[in-house]
Design a protein around this ligand. Structure first.
Ligand code: PGA
Length: 241
């Protein structure tokens, strides 16, 4: 397990169900990572390409986009944390709103996955965030606190787990909360209990070349979980520079 406390920021490229060998070859050829031991750059391809990316790993880390709640057994089609660890995967995104929405992933499931990942020396990147209705009804704080209390297992700490605040309505929409709102939400997350005081909290949702600087400079933001902009190598290079 990488000790997360040695980094001050994290930039995770969430490619979702995009990319192929040609895309990966071209991306890695152009990827510019300036040597900075405090900045952690992570690429999360779809599972089929994990091994290929790991074999070409250079100054960056590799993340899965999902893991099974099971570690082995008769579960056809599943990929376990034990096999991700065997492969050399460093991180795993869990609880992404697309998985909650389309694949019925709930807080209970996310907690089981997080626990299994940590037991297998993989750092979970646990996503939380409110819907537009929850935001309009002033329920953002309550929703996020609820998710965090339900999703974080006992074996989690700031050295092995990352949190990612992704408002659902901001993902892929070009919209983001105001800078103040982002910073306040991140601060609230850390203040849920002393346990979370020192967790890295990333922002995700329409982070792009135009807005990333102001967002990642916020005092309570420790980097970004980047979807669309991480598929454009020039944009990604600029964001991680
Ligand atoms: P986006 O996606 O940057 O395209 O909004 C972020 C995410 O879903 O992690």
């Amino acid at each position: 397990m990488i000790n997360l406390t040695k980094f001050s920021s994290f930039f995770i490229a969430n490619w979702k169900l995009n990319g192929d060998f040609k895309f990966i070859d071209s991306f890695l050829k152009q990827l510019k990572i300036t040597k900075n031991n405090k900045k952690c750059i992570v690429i999360a391809p779809n599972s089929i390409y994990l091994n290929y990316i790991i074999s070409r790993k250079k100054n960056f880390f590799v993340s899965s986009q999902n893991t099974s709640i099971f570690e082995n057994g008769a579960y056809t089609g599943e990929i376990s944390s034990t096999s991700l660890n065997d492969l050399g995967v460093d991180f795993c995104i869990i609880g992404h709103s697309e998985r909650r929405q389309y694949f019925n992933e709930d807080d209970e499931t996310i907690k089981i996955k997080a626990k299994s990942l940590i037991n297998n020396n993989i750092a979970p990147v646990i996503c939380i965030g409110e819907t537009i209705e929850e935001r309009k009804n002033g329920k953002t704080e309550e929703k996020i606190e609820n998710q965090i209390r339900k999703c974080i297992p006992d074996n989690s700490n700031n050295g092995n787990t990352i949190l990612a605040y992704e408002p659902l309505w901001a993902i892929g929409s070009g919209l983001t909360p105001s800078l103040d709102e982002i910073d306040k939400t991140h601060e609230n997350i850390r203040n849920i209990s002393v346990k979370f005081n020192n967790y890295a909290v990333l922002y995700g949702g329409s982070l792009n070349v135009k807005n990333y600087q102001e967002i990642v400079d916020l005092p309570n933001v420790n980097g970004g979980l980047i979807g669309g902009a991480s598929l454009k190598i020039n944009d990604f290079n600029q964001i991680i520079a």
